[in-house]
Design a protein around this ligand. Structure first.
Ligand code: PEP
Ligand code: MG
Length: 610
C-alpha cells in the first residue's frame, strides 16, 4: 500500500512530444479545453518548448509558449495518475487539433464602387448603409462591498454560468476559455493592480504575434473583475441606425451591441478568429476589419462586407447599388420573418407545428412575437434561479405564462447533471449526469416537487396544460410521479382531469419500453440533447467530444419511436432547429418541432421547402 503510494507520488512519465497541427496554432479556446482536462488530474503536468518549461494546467502559462502550427512541444506528467493523465491529454490534444478548423477568410466579391473606398477583411458578411458612429464609453464608479478575491470568484462563477447555460451553442467555449484564463491568472495576482500588471504584460507579449486576437479576452476578463468591484465601463450607442467604428470591442459587449440599431461594425484591431469576431458573426452583424484611422467622418458610408470595402465617399450610383444588394439580403430574412405567423406547411401539404422552448416570461413574449404556435418546452428550472420561490410567486408566474398560449407543455424541474439550483441541495456525485436529476427529484425532494406541481395545477385552473417529466427511464417512475400528482391534487381538492401527462424521451431504456408507455402517457417529446449524450456516452458539456448530429443512429432511433408510439411525438432538442435535419425529421413522421424563439421563423421557412 505504502509502496504503491510512493510509486504514484514519484511516478514520472517520459513524456510525449506533441505537434501543433492546426493552422490557428494552439490558441485560447483549445488551450482552455486542454487545461480543463489537465486540471482533473492530481499530478504535476508541464509543457516544454524551446528551453522553456511551464505549468500545463495554466491557460496563460501555456499560451505564453506561443505555440504555432508546426511547433513541437514536450508534455510531461509527474505523480499520482501521471500515466493516465499523459494518455488522456495526448488524445485530447490530438482531437482538439483535428477539430480546430481553420477560420477561412470569407471570399471577397468584386467591388464596383466609384467613390473613394478603403479595403478590409470580412468578419461577417452583409451590407450596411448608415452614418458612422465613433465608439464612446464612460467609466462609472458604483458601490461594491466585494474584496478583490470575491470579485474574481464572482467573475469565474459568472463565466461558468454563461458557459453552461449556452452549452448547446458552439460560441459557449469562449466563456470556458475566459474562465480558465481568469482561474490561472488568479493564482498570480492578489490585488487589482497586480492583475492589471499581469494582463498588461501578457498583452504586450501577445501583440504582434499570432495570438494577438486574445488581447481582447484578457481585457474583457479584467473589465469583468472591475465591474464586480464597482468600476464599470458604460458604452453608449445611438438610438438610430449606425455603423460602429472602434479599435476593438470586448466579446462581452457584443450582446449589448446586438440589442441596439447597429447596422454594421468596423474594427481596427481584431482578427477574423478573435472571440469578438466569432460573436459578431453569430449575431449576424455585417462587420469588417479595416484601418479606421484612414477616414474620419460621421456621414453615411457604405460598409460592403461582401466585397470587403468601406466606401467612405459614395456616389449616388454607389448608394443605389448598395441599396439593391441590401434589399436582396434583407428579402430572404424578411420572407421568413414576414411569414412567421403563417403555418408551416410542407410541399406535400403537411402542417407542421413549430413551438417554442422557453425559460422565462420574456422568452415567452419573444416567442409569441416570433410566430410560435405554442410552448413545446418550458424549462422551469431557469424560472427561479436565485432563491426558492414561494408557492404564490410560482403560481403567479405560471399564470402569466399560461395566458399567452393555448398549447403549453411544462416540464417539471430538471435539476442535476449540468444544472443546479442554489437552494436545492444535491449530493456530490462522481457522475452527476447519471445521478439524481429530472424525475428522480420526486424521490429525493418530494416537497419541492409537490410545491411546483401544486402551483402549476393552481395556475392552470381548467385550462388543458401538458405536464412533462424529464429523464424518465422506466414506466414505474412515470407511474409513481403521476400518482404523486394525482394524490396531491386530491389533497388540495383540485380537479386535474384536463391535465395531460407525458415524458421526455432522453434515456435509451425508454426506446425498449414504448409499447408499455403507450398505455400510460398522453404524449412524448424527444430530447435529442440528452438522448444523444446517453446513446453515444458523450457528456453533453464535454470540452472536446461532440455527438455527431448527422449520425444515422439518432435518426433511426427517432424513426423507431415514431413508428412504435401511439401517442403524439414532438422533438424539443436542438436537432429540431438544425437546418440540415428538418427535412429528415419530417420525413420520419414528426409533426411538431419545438425550437428556441429566435429559430422559429427560420424553422418554419425551412419546413415550407420540404
Ligand atoms: C434535451 O435533452 O434535448 C432537452 C430538450 O432538454 P435539456 O436540454 O433542457 O436537458
Ligand atoms: Mg434534457
Amino acid at each position: 500500500m505504502a509502496m504503491e503510494f510512493l510509486k504514484n507520488l514519484f511516478y514520472k512519465t517520459d513524456g510525449t512530444t506533441l505537434t501543433v497541427t492546426s493552422n490557428n496554432g494552439f490558441h485560447l479556446r483549445p488551450v482552455a479545453q486542454f487545461v480543463s482536462v489537465a486540471k482533473k488530474y492530481p499530478c504535476k503536468i508541464t509543457a516544454s518548448f524551446e528551453g522553456t518549461t511551464v505549468d500545463a494546467k495554466g491557460v496563460n502559462t501555456l499560451l505564453a509558449l506561443s505555440l504555432e502550427k508546426g511547433s513541437r512541444f514536450k508534455l510531461t506528467c509527474q505523480g499520482k495518475q501521471a500515466k493516465e493523465a499523459l494518455e488522456v491529454l495526448r488524445h485530447t490534444f490530438t482531437s482538439l487539433m483535428q477539430e480546430d478548423k481553420e477560420i477561412k477568410a470569407i471570399q471577397k466579391e468584386q467591388s464596383h464602387y466609384k467613390g473613394a473606398f478603403i479595403e478590409g477583411d470580412i468578419i461577417s458578411s452583409g451590407i450596411a448603409i448608415a452614418p458612422v458612429y465613433h465608439y464612446k464609453e464612460t467609466r462609472v464608479q458604483k458601490k461594491s462591498e466585494l474584496t478583490f478575491e470575491e470579485a474574481v470568484h464572482q467573475s469565474i462563477d459568472e463565466l461558468e454560468i454563461l458557459y453552461t447555460t449556452q452549452a448547446q451553442n458552439s460560441d459557449a467555449n469562449i466563456y470556458l476559455a475566459q474562465k480558465e484564463l481568469l482561474a490561472s491568472l488568479k493564482a498570480k495576482a492578489s490585488t487589482l493592480h497586480g492583475l492589471e500588471v499581469l494582463i498588461k504584460d501578457a498583452s504586450s507579449e501577445l501583440s504582434g504575434g499570432k495570438l494577438k486576437a486574445k488581447i481582447s479576452d484578457y481585457k474583457d476578463i479584467l473589465q469583468r473583475v472591475k465591474k464586480h468591484l464597482g468600476l464599470e465601463v458604460e458604452a453608449h450607442f445611438p438610438d438610430k441606425p449606425f455603423i460602429l467604428l472602434a479599435n476593438d470591442l470586448f466579446p462581452s459587449q457584443i450582446e449589448q451591441l446586438s440589442q441596439t440599431d447597429v447596422a454594421g461594425v468596423i474594427l481596427k484591431e481584431t482578427s477574423i478568429n478573435s472571440h469578438t469576431a466569432i460573436l459578431l458573426r453569430g449575431a449576424g452583424i455585417p462587420s469588417l476589419i479595416a484601418d479606421t484611422s484612414l477616414f474620419d467622418t460621421e456621414r453615411s458610408v457604405i460598409l460592403d462586407a461582401h466585397s470587403s470595402v468601406v466606401v467612405t465617399d459614395p456616389t449616388r450610383a454607389d448608394m443605389e447599388k448598395a441599396r439593391k444588394r441590401l434589399e436582396k439580403d434583407n428579402e430572404q430574412k424578411a420572407l421568413a420573418s414576414e411569414k412567421r405567423f403563417k403555418p408551416a406547411v410542407t410541399q406535400k401539404g403537411r402542417d407542421i407545428k413549430v413551438m417554442a422552448n422557453v425559460t422565462d416570461i420574456d422568452s415567452v413574449k419573444i416567442s409569441k412575437e416570433e410566430g410560435a404556435q405554442g410552448i413545446g418546452l418550458l424549462r422551469t428550472e431557469f424560472l427561479f434561479k436565485e432563491e426558492k420561490p414561494s408557492f404564490e410567486r410560482q403560481t403567479r408566474t405560471y399564470e402569466e405564462i399560461f395566458s399567452h398560449f393555448d398549447d403549453i407543455t411544462v416540464r417539471t424541474l430538471d435539476v442535476g447533471g449540468d444544472k443546479a439550483l442554489p437552494y436545492l441541495q444535491l449530493p456530490k456525485e462522481s457522475n452527476p449526469f447519471l445521478g439524481i436529476r429530472g424525475i428522480r427529484l420526486f424521490q429525493s425532494h418530494p416537497e419541492i416537487m409537490a410545491e411546483q406541481l401544486h402551483a402549476i395545477f393552481a395556475a392552470a385552473g381548467n385550462k388543458t396544460i401538458k405536464i412533462m417529466f424529464p429523464m424518465v427511464s422506466s414506466v414505474e417512475e412515470f407511474h409513481e410521479a403521476k400518482t404523486f400528482a394525482k394524490e396531491l391534487a386530491k389533497k388540495h381538492q383540485l380537479d386535474i382531469s384536463q391535465i395531460l401527462f407525458g415524458i421526455m424521451i432522453e434515456v435509451p431504456s425508454v426506446l425498449f419500453l414504448i409499447e408499455s408507455f403507450n398505455e400510460v402517457v398522453d404524449f412524448y417529446s424527444i430530447g435529442t440533447n440528452d438522448l444523444g449524450q446517453y446513446l453515444f456516452a458523450i457528456e453533453r458539456t464535454h470540452p472536446t467530444l461532440k455527438v455527431d448530429e448527422a449520425s444515422p443512429v439518432l435518426f433511426n432511433v427517432i424513426g423507431t419511436i415514431v413508428k412504435k408510439a401511439t401517442k403524439p411525438v414532438s422533438i424539443c432538442g436542438e436537432l429540431a432547429a438544425n437546418k440540415k435535419a428538418i427535412a429528415t425529421l419530417i420525413n420520419l413522421g414528426i409533426e411538431t418541432l419545438s425550437v428556441s424563439p429566435k429559430s422559429i421563423a427560420q424553422t418554419k421557412e425551412e419546413i415550407r421547402h420540404v
